[in-house]
Design a protein around this ligand. Structure first.
Ligand code: PLP
Length: 471
């Protein structure tokens, strides 16, 4: 064994506890750590022949990069849709790293990690109030979850057209209907060879709505003349968290044949609060559902899961099986995650989710969801009451979509970059209803009313600064 590696093996306890201490120091300062940094591009160093050992590597990391770590898992990182990590989620994730299992089969040989993943999927179905008709698994993010679900959907459409697309490739175009699909679904369509241009965009209910217009959807369905299609629904859009009418769509399933996919990456969490679960009423009839773990579940990156109906398991296996690897066994007999989703070798991702679900239960998650929604509403109210800002859409759930009153795109960008540069809060730009705007999405378990207070003061301060530079 290489002598430096050997020394690290002998001192592994110290190395890991020093590393943990470093991580805990970061966590203890998370509230004050800036949400953005000035990125001076660090000078790159070459790989040396003789290594420095773990201790020196840690030291170099701290010297060169530690101060550039932003508080993206902190309470005021409201850009994109960014969750943090609960204490128990961190516990599970650390152990997943240490145990380093390759999570694949649930059939006895190998290890127990896939059985834990099964159990975690069942816990999640319970959390979301979904029936036992679904199977599921973990992937790296909602993008890959959409990819997995749409991969199974592609096979379903092919079967109705008389083809096995997984084997023979696409023969005919596949019709996709959707009002406001997330960009990652479009990306998934490109990756699946369906083609991003195959989406027929159905109008929404109005200029400040992102929910699908049901009568326009029905007309589009009739124009397809009974041809199979995939409907991609939004269970919470990213700009204004609008929901397609799940109940009305589930009624359409009686009349028409289609694969119903719901992207509920973060909006799915509405289902766990009695106050908001009506937004998803009817979603249990979907064929597939995407939900992120690294957003409102507050487990570390990279984590998302999908739910697909058990009746479609075979279609999914046809799509993702390792058909040229006989040593993997008969996919129908031996359930194995590597024949059920894109990845073959897989990290024990479910463990972080399992820990946090066990630790905080339904009540814990309902509290996180309701608190973050209340805080978003508080921010929305501040914007409504303020002369300097205006909402671009009502604050429907946990995301505030706003702009500067009478502000040009340039003004909005200037405001946002100053706000973000100050490092107390991070938001992201958007464009909604023909206007440049800003999004603040609240899904972090740490966020409190004090954080909203800090952000209000920051926003007022930046507006004042900008006004004084104009004068
Ligand atoms: C975030 C998000 C995605 C993409 O998720 P990743 O986890 O970044 O891959 C897809 N759909 C919706 C609605 C999202 O909010």
């Amino acid at each position: 064994m290489n002598p430096i590696l050997k020394e690290d093996l002998q001192t592994i306890n110290k190395l890991l506890s020093d590393t943990l201490v470093q991580g805990l120091t970061y966590l203890s300062k998370l509230d004050e750590t800036p949400t953005s940094v000035d990125l001076i591009s660090p000078t790159e160093k070459n790989l040396s022949s003789v290594g420095v050992g773990g201790q020196e590597a840690l030291k170099e990391f701290i010297d060169r990069f530690e101060s550039l770590m932003v508080a993206s898992s902190g309470p005021r990182y409201w850009g994109f849709v960014t969750g943090g990590s609960t204490p128990a989620a961190l516990m599970g994730d650390l152990l997943a790293t240490i145990y380093d299992q390759n999570t694949q089969t649930t059939k006895g040989h190998g290890d127990v990690s896939a059985i834990v993943e099964f159990e975690t999927i069942r816990l999640l179905l319970e959390l979301f109030g979904l029936p036992d008709d679904f199977m599921g698994g973990f992937v790296t993010g909602a993008t890959m979850s959409n990819f997995t679900c749409l991969g199974a959907a592609r096979q379903w459409v092919g079967k109705r057209q008389g083809y096995d697309i997984a084997r023979s490739g696409l023969t005919e175009p596949i019709h996709i209907l959707s009002a406001v699909p997330h960009s990652s679904s479009i990306k998934a369509l490109s990756m699946l060879g369906i083609g991003s241009r195959q989406v027929t965009k159905i109008p929404t209910l109005g200029p400040t709505r992102e929910a699908i217009d049901m009568s326009q959807l029905e007309e589009a369905i009739l124009r397809l003349n009974g041809e199979p299609f995939i409907l991609i629904s939004s269970g919470g859009t990213v700009n204004t968290v609008d929901f397609d009418d799940m109940k009305a769509i589930s009624a359409l399933k009686e009349k028409h044949h289609f694969w119903w996919h719901i992207d509920a990456a973060f909006g799915g969490f509405a289902a766990i609060s009695p106050k908001y679960k009506h937004l998803l009423e009817g979603w249990e009839r979907a064929d597939s559902i995407t939900i992120d773990g690294h957003k409102w579940l507050n487990v570390p990156y990279e984590s998302a899961f999908f739910f697909t109906r058990k009746e479609h398991t075979l279609l999914q296996i046809e799509t993702f099986q390792n058909s040229n690897a006989p040593y993997l066994g008969d996919p129908n007999e031996n359930f194995n995650y590597l024949n059920f989703l894109p990845e073959n070798s897989r990290r024990f991702k479910a463990l972080a989710a399992w820990f946090t679900l066990k630790a905080y239960g339904k009540d814990g998650y309902r509290e996180i969801v309701e608190r973050t929604v209340n805080l978003a509403q508080e921010l929305g109210q501040f914007i409504t009451d303020s002369a300097a800002f205006e909402l671009l859409a009502p604050t429907r759930l946990n995301t505030v979509c706003f702009t500067l009153t009478n502000g040009s795109e340039k003004d909005v960008n200037a405001f946002l970059s100053q706000l973000n540069d100050r490092g107390k809060v991070f938001m992201t730009p958007t464009f909604f209803n023909g206007r440049a705007g800003i999004r603040a999405a609240l899904v972090n378990w740490r966020t409190t009313t004090e954080d909203v207070q800090i952000v209000k003061e920051e926003m007022n301060q930046v507006v004042q600064n900008l006004q004084s530079t104009v004068r």
